[in-house]
Design a protein around this ligand. Sequence first.
Ligand code: DGY
Length: 325
Amino acid sequence: MTNKKVYITRRIPKPGFDKLAEGFEVDFYDSDDAIPHQVLVDKLKTKRYDALLCMLTDQIEKEVLDAAGPQLKIVATMSVGYDHIDLQECAARNILVANTPGVSTDSVAELTVSLLLMTARRIQEGVSAVRSGQWGDWKPKWLCGTELTGSTLGIYGLGRIGFNVGRRLKPFGFSKIYYVDVQEVSYARDIDAQFTDFEGLIKNCDFICVCCNLTPQTRHMFNKESFKRMKKNAILINTGRGGVIDHDALVEALKNGDIQAAGLDVTEPEPLPKEHPLVAMNNCVILPHMGSNTWDSRNAMAEIAARNCLAAISNKTPEGIVFVQ
Ligand code: DGY
């Protein structure tokens, strides 16, 4: 046990906690719910922590970093996304930022495919119909959805998750797969995906899966103007970050028939209030940000986040280091 200290903003799965507790003094917010911002700020002032292990619900910005003090070596988030961390503020203080890449790729890709199928085949409406006693005689035109076979798939963000979504969806027999990213990637060939620009994606695709990070470049890319240019039968799936879609514009697009349907595992805000117009819409399937909710992923995410803290404290490069551009 060294005199190094780690603060964890939530109860985390045991493999991660145990790894840290082996060598460090570990304090944590003893709850399954998010730590209130002010509680985090106040807590960080009470001791000089060397590492902060946080969640995607914690806004790690100037006030938090000021409270933590100059000895803080790393902000390690137990997530792939890091849009909740002010990277510039961390860089200015020489604080490393690390995420948990790779270990939730399969769980998020599986969930994305499930959500796409749920949305295309109107599975939520079918389940509700059975539960509410609306299942009457077999009807030729009832709850008809859209087939994947022969349609065009678009992937917005062909990183690990986007690629693995494409790999799983390819056997369904899409006629063409397009992708958008900051640049062409060689592995796209493995799923016969063709590089295009945003315009090409929205004009040509029947299904679009948003699998990117939230950045100033991707924020509200799906907005009133882009919905107008999408195919009327388009189905939009988002398992990246809610902020990539302008939700007011999505409500209008789904009402007006600018696009056919949407499946969202991430929303803006989160949680989406149950009064939000999207919640009651039949052509919108909403899940509560559960892409990486498997024990395999969550245990591995906790463990990597812990290893990232360990590495930074030992002056080594964390495996999930996030580079500030
Ligand atoms: C992530 O890791 O960023 C995911 O959104 C968590 O489910």
